[in-house]
Design a binder for this molecule. Structure first.
Ligand code: KG4
Ligand code: ZN
Length: 323
C-alpha cells in the first residue's frame, strides 16, 4: 500500500510517499526555519505564508522522486497511490490549513481516500519507519513524545488505542531547551541541539547550585519546565558560571525528570517497549539515560534525525497503522 503524506504543522513543508507504513520511497521538504532566526521565534503568519509558497513545489518534487523510485512516468504516480494522509493538528492553524487543503484537493482530483493524522501520533509512528532490518515495534508500548510543542507520555495499547497518561502543564521540553539556549546565547531560534552539544562537550566541574526538578516526586505523569527559565536566568545574572556548565546542569534537570516519569509509566503499565519521538528524541544524553535506567526494555527511537523532527514519512506510517 502506498500512502502520500503531507505535513505542514509548523515551519516545515513536507511530503513523502510511504510503502506499507514502514518504507519511505520518496520525500521532499522545505523549511522556513532560517527566516525565524531573524525574529528569534516563529511568527505564525510568516510560517503560513511560506507554507503557501512551498507546498506545490514540494509535492511536485515528491511525485518526481516517487516516479524515479518506481521507474514510472510522473503522470502515473497518482495511479499507484492508494491513499493520502495529512496532519490535521496540533500545530499552527495557518500552516495546518495549507497542508489540509492541498491534501483534500489531491484526494478529490485523484479520487483517493484521505486519512487525517494527529501530529503527535505521527511522532510515535516515526519508530515504525525502517530500522536497519529490525521489525516494527511490538505493542503495547509506552511512548514519550518530546518536541518543541509537546511533552507527553502515552500508553499505546494497540494501533488506534492510545491512552494519554500525562504531559507538560506549561513549556514543552524542546521549548525550554530553545528558550534556555537563547538565555545562554547558544542560538536565537531552535537552539536546543546546540545547547545539548555544548552540554555534552563540557568536561569541567558541575555547578554547586542545582536547578529545580519540578514535579519529580509528584505522583502524576505531568511535567512543568517553565520555572527553569527563571532559574537559569538567575544563574546567568550571577556571572559566576560558564554557559556550558549551566547548559549541562539544565540538560540534566530536564532529562532526569523525563526519564523518572517515563520509568514510572513503564512500571505502572507493565509495557515492555518504549517508543521515543519528537525533536528532543534526537538528544543523545536522553537516549543514554533511558538505556541506563531501563536496560531490560525494548527501547526504540527514530532511526534518523530527520525522523525525530517534523517529517511527512511519520504521518504516512501513522496513517497506515493507526487508520
Ligand atoms: O518535533 P519537532 O521538530 O517540532 C515540534 O513538533 O515541536 O521538535 C523541535 C524541537 C525544538 O524545540 C528543538 O530545539 C528540539 O526539538 N531538539 C532538541 C534536540 N534536537 C532538536 N532538543 C534537545 N536536544 C536535541 N539534540
Ligand atoms: Zn513535531
Amino acid at each position: 500500500m502506498l500512502i502520500m503524506a503531507i505535513e505542514t504543522s509548523c515551519d516545515e513543508t513536507a511530503c513523502a510517499v510511504v510503502e506499507n507504513g514502514v518504507k519511505e520511497i520518496a520525500t521532499a521538504v522545505a523549511t522556513s526555519a532560517e527566516l525565524h532566526q531573524t525574529t528569534g521565534g516563529i511568527v505564525p503568519e510568516v510560517a503560513a505564508r511560506k507554507q503557501v509558497e512551498y507546498i506545490t513545489p514540494v509535492i511536485e518534487l515528491c511525485i518526481k522522486k516517487a516516479a524515479d523510485h518506481l521507474r514510472i512516468d510522473t503522470a502515473d504516480v497518482k495511479n499507484r497511490i492508494d491513499a493520502l494522509a495529512v496532519t490535521v493538528g496540533p500545530g499552527l492553524i495557518g500552516s495546518l490549513i495549507v497542508g489540509v487543503e492541498a491534501a483534500k484537493a489531491l484526494a478529490l482530483a485523484w479520487n483517493k481516500p484521505l486519512i487525517p493524522v494527529n501530529h503527535l501520533v505521527g511522532h510515535i509512528y516515526a519508530n515504525f519507519l525502517p530500522q536497519d532490518g529490525i521489525k516494527p515495534p511490538v505493542l503495547p508500548a509506552v511512548a514519550l513524545v518530546v518536541s518543541g510543542g509537546h511533552t507527553d507520555i502515552v500508553l499505546v495499547k494497540d494501533h488506534g488505542r492510545l491512552e494519554y497518561l500525562g504531559g507538560t502543564l506549561d513549556d514543552a521540553a524542546g521549548e525550554s531547551f530553545d528558550k534556555v539556549a537563547r538565555l545562554l546565547t547558544m542560538g536565537s531560534y531552535l537552539g536546543g541541539p546546540l545547547l545539548a552539544k555544548n552540554a555534552d562537550l563540557y568536561t569541567g566541574s558541575n555547578l554547586s547550585e542545582k536547578l529545580p526538578r519540578a514535579l519529580l516526586h509528584e505522583n502524576t505523569y505531568n511535567f512543568s519546565f517553565s520555572g527553569l527559565k527563571t532559574a537559569v536566568k538567575r544563574l546567568v545574572d550571577k556571572n559566576m558560571y560558564e554557559p556550558s556548565a549551566i547548559a549541562k546542569e539544565f540538560q540534566e534537570a530536564v532529562i532526569e525528570v523525563l526519564v523518572a516519569k517515563t520509568l514510572k509509566a513503564v512500571q505502572a503499565t507493565g509495557a515492555t517497549t518504549l517508543l521515543l519521538g519528537g525533536g528532543v528524541s534526537a538528544n543523545k544524553y536522553l537516549r543514554t539515560r533511558i538505556q541506563e535506567r531501563l536496560p531490560k526494555l525494548t527501547f526504540r527511537h527514530p532511526q534518523k534525525i530527520s525522523y525525530c523532527t517534523d517529517n511527512a514519512a511519520m504521518i504516512g506510517a501513522a496513517a497506515f497503522f493507526d487508520k
